[in-house]
Design a protein around this ligand. Structure first.
Ligand SMILES: C[S@@+](CC[C@H](N)C(=O)[O-])C[C@H]1O[C@@H](n2cnc3c(N)ncnc32)[C@H](O)[C@@H]1O
Length: 281
C-alpha cells in the first residue's frame, strides 16, 4: 500500500487547491479566538524539498505553486496562501513546500490542538521530528487516520476542523472516506470536514460525488478545479476537488472571487476551469 509518497506531488495543482481552501478555513476559525482542534487524518511528512529529490524529478510543482509563486496580481486569499508559502521559504526562493500540518501549526494559536496522523513510517518520522518542539499543542501518531478519527470525536473543544486527504491508492479509500464522514457526522454533527478527492477517469472517483451527496449534510460545499481536459483513458489526474461539510458562510464568496484567476493560472489546456456547488442554509 505504500507506493504513494507525497514528496513526488508536493506543491502540484491539487496541493494548491487544498491548501488555498485550508488556509481560509483555518484563518476563519482562528479569528473566533476559542480553543479549536485541527485533525489531519493523512498528514504526509509535513514539509517537502522542491529543489532536489522526488519533487524535482517529477516537476509537478512547476505546474502548481511554481506558476503562482512570482505573481503579485492575484486576489487576496491566494495572496495570503502565497504569503505563507513565502514564509516557509525565507530566502525568497521556492525551494521548499509546506504540508497541510505546517499551515495549521502556523495559523493556529497556543490554546489550539493539532492531531496529526500518518501511516507511512518514514513520513511519520519526518513529521514527528518536525513537530517535536511543539509537543504541547501537537500529537503526532503513526496510526490509521480513519480509525484514529473515530476515537477523537466529539472533540473536547466542541470546535474542530478535520482534513481527510488520503492518497486513494487503494480503491477502498473511496468507500472509507464516505463511511468515515458518515460516522463522524453521527459523533459530531457540527464539525467542519474538508475532504480532498482526485478527478480522474476511474469508477470509484466518478461515483464519489453522489455518495457524498447522500450523506445529506445540512451544509456543504463542493469545489472542483480542472487543469486540463478529462482524458479518454485512465491516465492521470486532470484536477481535484474539495468537499467541505459545515463550511463557513464566507467560503463560497471566497471561491467565486479566487478560483477564476487560479484556474486560469494553472490551466494546461482550454478545458481548464472550476465548478462550485453549495448549500448553506
Ligand atoms: C495526499 S498525502 C497527504 C498530504 C498532506 N495532507 C498535505 O496536504 O500536505 C496522503 C498521505 O496519507 C498517508 N496514508 C495512507 N493511508 C493512510 C491511513 N490509512 N492513515 C493515515 N495515513 C495514511 C500516505 O502515506 C500519505 O503520506
Amino acid at each position: 500500500m505504500f507506493g504513494y509518497r507525497h514528496a513526488f506531488h508536493a506543491g502540484n495543482h491539487a496541493d494548491v487547491l487544498k491548501h488555498l481552501v485550508l488556509v481560509q478555513l483555518l484563518d476563519y476559525y482562528r479569528a473566533k479566538q476559542k480553543p479549536f482542534w485541527y485533525v489531519d487524518t493523512h498528514c504526509g511528512a509535513g514539509a517537502y524539498r522542491l529543489d532536489e529529490g522526488p519533487a524535482q524529478a517529477r516537476g509537478e510543482y512547476r505546474d502548481g505553486i511554481g506558476r503562482l509563486w512570482d505573481r503579485t496580481d492575484l486576489p487576496p486569499a491566494t495572496s495570503r496562501y502565497l504569503e505563507l508559502v513565502g514564509r516557509f521559504n525565507p530566502d525568497g526562493k521556492l525551494n521548499r513546500y509546506p504540508g497541510s500540518a505546517w499551515f495549521a501549526s502556523e495559523i493556529l494559536g497556543p490554546a489550539d490542538r493539532l492531531w496529526l496522523f500518518e501511516l507511512l513510517p518514514a513520513d511519520f518520522q519526518a513529521l514527528r521530528t518536525r513537530f517535536s518542539a511543539d509537543s504541547v499543542r501537537t500529537r503526532v501518531q503513526c496510526q490509521d487516520g480513519f480509525a484514529a478519527l473515530r476515537g477523537l470525536l466529539p472533540p473536547a473543544s466542541k470546535r474542530a476542523l478535520v482534513l481527510l486527504d488520503p492518497s486513494y491508492e487503494l480503491a477502498e479509500d473511496y468507500a472509507r472516506v464516505v463511511d468515515s464522514l458518515a460516522d463522524s457526522l453521527r459523533r459530531f454533527s457540527t464539525g467542519t470536514y474538508a475532504l480532498w478527492y482526485p478527478l480522474l477517469r476511474r469508477r470509484e472517483a466518478d461515483r464519489l460525488p453522489r455518495q457524498l451527496g447522500a450523506l445529506a449534510a445540512r451544509a456543504w460545499l463542493n469545489v472542483r478545479l480542472m487543469v486540463r481536459r478529462r482524458p479518454l483513458d485512465e491516465g492521470g489526474l486532470y484536477g481535484s476537488g474539495l468537499y467541505v461539510i459545515n463550511p463557513p458562510y464566507t467560503l463560497p464568496a471566497m471561491i467565486e472571487a479566487e478560483l477564476p484567476a487560479v484556474a486560469q493560472s494553472l490551466a494546461q489546456d482550454d478545458k481548464a476551469g472550476f465548478t462550485l456547488d453549495f448549500e448553506i442554509p
